[in-house]
Design a protein. Sequence first.
Lengths: 285, 312, 888
Amino acid sequence: MTAALGPVGVGFRSRRRIPATIVACLVVLAVALLAVLLGPLLFPDATKQDILSSLMPAGSPGHPLGTDELGRDILALTVAGAASALVGPVCVAVGSMLLGILLGTLAGYERGPLDFAISRWTDLLLALPVLLAAIVVSGVFGGGYWTTVALLILLFSPSDIRIVRAGVLEQAARPYIEAAQMLSLSRWRVMFRHILPNVSSLVITNAMLNVAFALVAFSSLSFLGVGVPPGTADWGRQLTDNRAIMFDNPAAVIVPAVLIIAVACCVNLVGDWLGQRLTRSGGVA
Amino acid sequence: MLAVRVLGTAAILFVLSIIVFSMLHLAPGDLVKTLLGTRPASPEAVAAIREQYHLDDPLPVQYLRWLGGVLSGDFGESIRLQTSVSDAIAARLGLTLALCGLAFAIALAVGIPLGVQSAVRAGGVLDRAGTTLGVIGLSAPTFAVGLLLLYVFAYYLPIFPVYGGGRGPLDTLYHLVLPAVTLAAGLGAIVLKLTRTAMLRELDADYVTSARARGIPESRTRRLALRNAAIPIVTGASLLLTFLVGGTVLAETTYALPGLGTLLQDSVLFKDLAVVQALTLLVALVIAMIALLADLAYLMLDPRVRDQGGAA
Amino acid sequence: MELENAGLIEIDALTRVLDVHSLRILVAIDRTGSISAAARSLGFSQPTITQHVQRLESRLGTPLVARTARSASLTAIGQLLAAHAPRIDASLTAAATELARALGHRVGTVRIAAPAGAVVGTIAPALARIAADIPGIEVRFVEAETDEALELVRSGRVDVAVTTGAAGAPGERGQRLRREGLRSTFLYGEELIAVLPFDEMPEPGVRVEASALAHLPWIFGDGTRSAVVAGAVGRTSGPADLAVSRPDAALALVAGGVGVAFLPESAFATAPPAGVRVLGLSPALSLRTVAVTLAEASEIPAVAASLRMLAARRPSGYEVEALADARRRSNGHRARFARPIALATLPQLQEEDPLMSATSRSRVARASAAAAGVLLLAACTSGTPQSGAGTDTGEEIEHISVALPGSLSNLYVGQESGILNYYIASIAQEGLVSVDAQGRVQPGLAESWEQTDDVTFVYELRDDAEFQDGTPVTADDVVFSLEQARDETASPGLAYYLAGVDTIEKTDENEVTITLTAPDAAFAANMSSGGAAFITSRAFWEEHGGKVGTADSMLLGTGPYQVTEFVPDSHVQFERVDTWWGELPKVKSITVEFIPDESTRLLAAQSGDVDVAFNVPLAQSTQWEQLQTMRVEYVNDLSYVGLYFNTSLAPFNDPKVREAFAHAVDRDAVVEKLLRGHGEAATAIMTPESLGKAYDADEARDVLAGIPQYDFDLNAAKEALAASAHADGFEAELLTPSTGPQLGTAAQSLAENLSSIGITLNVREVPIEEWLASLDASSSYGVGMMWYFSTLGDPAEVPSYLLGAGNPSAYSNPEIDELLAQAGTESDPAARVELLVQAETLQAEDVVNVPLWWGQSATAFGNDLGFDDYSSFAFISSWPTQIYRTAP
């Protein structure tokens, strides 16, 4: 926290203690992380079909959560599916955040034609029909997992860019920046060493939001041929695939849905708390 | 300033139209096959249809034909619906606008006050409850929320209709409640979060502390803080609106509403160029206008930005 | 005293005005609720009835019928009169039968007049049949040529006149007949045959041009039909022409080399004498034989029964070569009657309850006809119509709500031809013919039709058909509608069905003739609303500049319901009209709601908002079955799902690779587990129902099982792969449409099996438009899923698409092409199936298509609704007419 110029918040309460809910969330996330790392090792055959055991309900012998239409065990699929479900969205959120930081800061600080260009670029991206982009990507590039990640980064970036830009706009008017400019600090230093930490809470909040959105986006694009193919171990995919058998084995739909919501919740709560801490401990946003 | 903005918007629309045209051309799917269905197509039939829709002309010519039409006010005809594009859009515009408007209104009406209260009593019961609900609201897939609402409010407690857009303005509003709430769930959560974050920041600022120290009543202080928090809220809100425009599809599908979302989706899949172009440009125009309004709002709300030379 | 007299005089006058006929009319109007329906049930035309009622009303000086725009009901006076009708009717019948017995007559006499030439072929067999099957009828016969016979009918001295005329003339004659109060019923048509000495034309061939024979002497006279031919080609009498009055005389003369004669088919009871050549004419000329009766007389059961027997004549004796291999008479030749009376019992005499009202009598007739019908239909069990639960209460149904599992953007099938579009369009529009529950062709807008040669179809339109806006249906409208249907730019979705059509012409006031460029055995059914015929009015089409089926223009058809509102992607609204020629349906209005999301649809059903739900997703079938207020019915829906390979792309150009795939499919598991048993493992491309014209359900399955099969055997698959040029395995991609999730799961199952032998199959789910675009020989996908919905169930439809020219597999097998071409012209159903089975056997040996399953559809009906004849063909003709309210 060196040389972060700016007024220190007077209402500064240094609460080292982490609230219980946040601890709970962190635990959940840790478990999720474990699943991401170990899932494929624990259940390498999760996608193996066994059509004779099709649609067994939860609580059946050997299948605590039941099976889906093709006889795949729900528990195995879910644990193994953590990786696919979480890695992509996190990458999307991080990628979008980076893009947002880069372009948003430039736009908000430099103003002028650069700002104009970047702002119009975000307008363009926002107006582009997501569906169209998705099927073109699917048709031209084949629609694999990482192609989808790239596509979503591009499509999510406008929100980050705009948010960062607004934050930077607001900060750039403040006295401490004037002071920095008068000190002839290089613009890059001003932008990324001084302004950025102060907009960080906004950025992080949004990034957390994006994880949740990306989680859902992945699965909603699946019927277009983008994202993961049917039958993959992936929470979002399972959610879409198993809607049809919702009444035969509700666990097949409820478990991935609950997990998606739970992880997204935890990510958001932790993100909020982090954001708060960043705000409070010195950085004025 | 405004003139530059307008020119810029026009430039975007132009570039956008070219991009959409190219993308539609690149997209998999074949208009002719879609029209003919799973029947064998004689070369003559295919040729006749291609001729009818000028599909064999070089791409620039096809584009210019469309552009020429637009510049003279004719947005062309929907191949799928066999009506003019303007009719097709006009027939659905009302419903989608009503849905978006209702959802947005609900989101703001619920999200902002709750956000402010959560910030003011940070860590309190309301804060916790609000945040949790909000998080669930925005991480739950739309169709899940929709289905849940349907089960509870249309089936177990038959208050609202299960599907459809209704006939007549009041009936339509009645039909739109559940879909609007479905959409507002996620939106409201975002609004709540943004408001809360922004308010928290402001409430921590010097001027609030000094105002409090000087004995200015809390409500006035809060209002001051809210004004300052407005910028990020406005940014967020404007973003929400733009997401809303693209996000109505899911609600429309679940509730069987004939809105612009489904029109766009079906037209993209069908490769119905005129409709896709018209809708995309409409959306772009709306977004550009919202961005403009947001920037104007900054000008109004933040004198410092005003001094700095105004919006780009 | 004077007053009394005046009163008596008045009553006397009134009794003179009231007659049984008028009373019967009033009863019919009361029962059916509209004048046109009453007219139909009595066997008259609507104007006749209207005139009669008006006359009666003016004579009586009081209104009897209250007419509204859509219906008619009796006024209080009318009801008063109608109440007396049954007893009066019964009294008269009793008097008549007693009289008949007293006079020693047998009950039911029919007097027939026919030309001498018709006796051998037509009259004698018909009389024999009548004597055998309907012993209660006594038939009198008198020989008379056409004009005389008609005069006898007019004067009431005979009941039926059998007349023959050239095919060109009957339309006009028909008009004239109608004006005179006569009714003509088409019996059969026959071609004219040229008989010539062998030496005149020794070269081979089956047909000859009449004009080419003009230079030879012709034999005219009553024994021949040469006059007709001469008139057709414009040949005037020559000096050497002769005339004879008997056909055998003509034949003898020809055998002697004296000249040329033209005889009808029926003249060939036995083989012609030696030295004589019999050839068909080119262009073919035919004669139509009709039975003419007084309009009222056709109501008499005995007369109607006789007409039916006359129409059932089969060509007997010698089969002329020209015709034998090109034509077979199909069921369609038989004219359809207002009521299937022949199989209903003639009214009993003493046993009949004199108080039985007109309603119940017709019910009995219908019921017994239906019973007889069911017996006849016992043969076709797979297409067996199921009737809905419960008995028909006969109540009117105010409104039904139909849930559609998709969305329609346009109502005109030519513009959007998905299976759902067919279901909806058939409510308001119909074709020249219709398809019954067994898939057989029945009259539609055309009351009769004949196939005069292997490429010519002549349709005789009803003269009382109207569009829903009240304008009459003219032959012009029919021709126009069909011409639009075959224009690819106006009707891209229908043009294919009419690709083989050469000309469509109005050949008479109410007659349309269609010629094909090549024989096509499947064409007859194409003229229904399950194929390409959706008749609309030219004025309507032109008024909307060809943009029909949109929200503004909607549809104008001839069916029992009119489209009153259409909001694309939302709903369609239908209202019942009384302009339809059939019996007034019970449902008054229909709303079709588009609910694409399956969970929402189920919820709507659970909330009781839905009366009929189409295509219930098989995966949700258990939930729908558990609904208290609805029941689910399953039927084989003529759909086919299979794998197909693109034989021009490696590695699928290697037959061993294809064989490996064929052995890797576990059909039974897929049907049982993934389709929940609602489907059938397919042994061939053709579905068993499509063989319905030749075989019953079990036989059809036996026939199809005879085609080479590939069992699920992973070892065999492994061996096949090892024997191929790609023994190390490979990777491939398969597209499945997102609207067919069961195809996706089946593909995944296949992929799993293939992975165990070293092949990686990547299954990708894409929107249906993208999937459609990949169904092309030029696509880059070597293996694909085929999903085909057939509306008409013609056995050749799917094999032609998959194996014929332009098929998606880039497969070209000249033997198969030949077989398909032959099947196209072959009209005997069994022979046709045989040819197609051969074609399928060849393709099975080449493993170009791997059949997976024959599909089933599930339809959910409200428990208070019944549906007559629910079958595979139920929804492609005016199906709402089959709905009735059941007793709770």
